[in-house]
Design a protein around this ligand. Structure first.
Ligand code: GFB
Length: 328
């Protein structure tokens, strides 16, 4: 039976992140009351903070989009942060949701929960059938714990907790930090900077041969809301676009959208990570969902949001007297 969001109190955990903010945008047309908690109000890694907030606000449903995320180098450099924070956030929110009788919860995982050499396209049944990709196994273990918590509370207590596994996401609100961000925002920023400085080339990490699947975050948010309404089972559901691209071709595409006409220089000191990570989203499609945003159009939208955020940053810095000219 469909879960109706209308009139419900819906908590979006992680509302300031790229995925959480997209879910908030998407929910605005659902006639529900959206609940959010600021970081100063609730540290989601602290059990007592979460318990007190949940008890006081008593949401009917929860989108668990809060997480510490980052690109391949961030994952590899801060294993303790990625494992500890993501495990605590998942355990605290899922347990509290059970305690206060939340009707439905959707946990967001990641495609990196699947084995490094999983058969492609990767089906949901592949979970825990092989070793993980070492660069992000810490994050993956925490996300697997989240999936298992949803399954365990469903099995032991009958809670309607489900989980969705998005592929590599991008879009407005992404982290455009070159060192810590994922490939898409990093390439957008590098192409933009290279265009502005008139550089002859931009850097691409690794060999450029790995294949990745990308989905715009607004499509992901739409899929999550759809699953919240129609899905109720213990198996996770993959959320992907079904198409993949090599990192080299992606770099060229980003350069083209941004308008950088120079060359691409591989930095072989950086890891490639998984050779391929295409998920099967057959199950999601059989539940009646399809994506709307094509890759090129999505990259243009992400670039637009990057420029908008930069203008805001520069306006703030201008106001503080830090710039003599605008260079974005
Ligand atoms: O997006 P990304 O950092 O993470 O990197 P993963 C994807 C691929 O892009 C890797 C290459 O092969 C990188 O070497 N790449 C090329 C770059 N240039 C760049 C660049 O400038 N920046 C970055 N970051 N990469 C992530 C996990 O794995 O997948 C997360 O780290 C999460 O935990 C996410 O699970 C879905 O796709 O390899």
């Amino acid at each position: 039976m469909a879960f109706d969001l209308k009139g419900k109190r819906i908590y979006v955990a992680g509302h300031r992140g790229m995925v959480g903010s997209a879910i908030v945008r998407r929910l605005s047309s659902e006639g529900c009351r959206i609940l959010v908690a600021s970081r100063s109000e609730v540290d989601l890694a602290r059990q007592s903070d979460v318990e007190i907030w949940m008890e006081k606000n008593r949401p009917d449903a929860v989108f668990l989009a809060a997480a510490k995320v980052g690109g391949i180098v961030a994952n590899d450099t801060y294993p303790a942060d990625f494992l500890y924070q993501n495990t605590m956030i998942a355990a605290n929110i899922i347990h509290s949701a059970h305690e206060i009788g939340v009707e439905k919860l959707l946990f967001l995982g990641s495609s990196c929960i699947y084995p490094k050499f999983a058969e492609q396209p990767i089906r949901e049944e592949c979970l825990l059938t092989g070793a993980l990709e070492p660069t992000n196994e810490w994050y993956a273990v925490a996300k697997i714990a989240g999936v298992k918590l949803c399954q365990a509370y469903r099995r032991q207590h009958g809670n309607d907790f489900i989980s969705a596994m998005p592929t590599n996401l991008y879009g407005p609100g992404d982290n455009f930090d070159i060192q810590l961000g994922h490939v898409m925002p990093a390439l957008i920023r590098k192409a933009h900077d290279a265009k502005l400085s008139g550089a002859g080339e931009m850097t691409m990490w690794g060999t450029g041969t790995p294949l990745r699947e990308f989905l715009h975050v607004d499509d992901c948010a739409d899929a999550c809301v759809h699953l919240m309404k129609v899905y109720s089972d213990d198996a996770p559901v993959n959320v992907g676009s079904g198409t993949e691209i090599t990192i080299f071709d992606l770099t060229q595409l980003v350069a083209d959208v941004v308008g950088f006409e120079g060359g691409i220089k591989p930095d072989l000191s950086k890891p490639d990570g998984s050779p391929r990570k295409l998920m099967s989203s057959e199950k999601l499609r059989s539940l009646g969902w399809t994506q709307k945003i094509a890759l090129r159009e999505g990259i243009a939208d992400a670039y637009k949001s990057f420029l908008r955020d930069r203008r805001l940053d520069f306006a703030r810095e201008d106001a503080a007297g830090l710039h003599d000219f605008r260079d974005i």
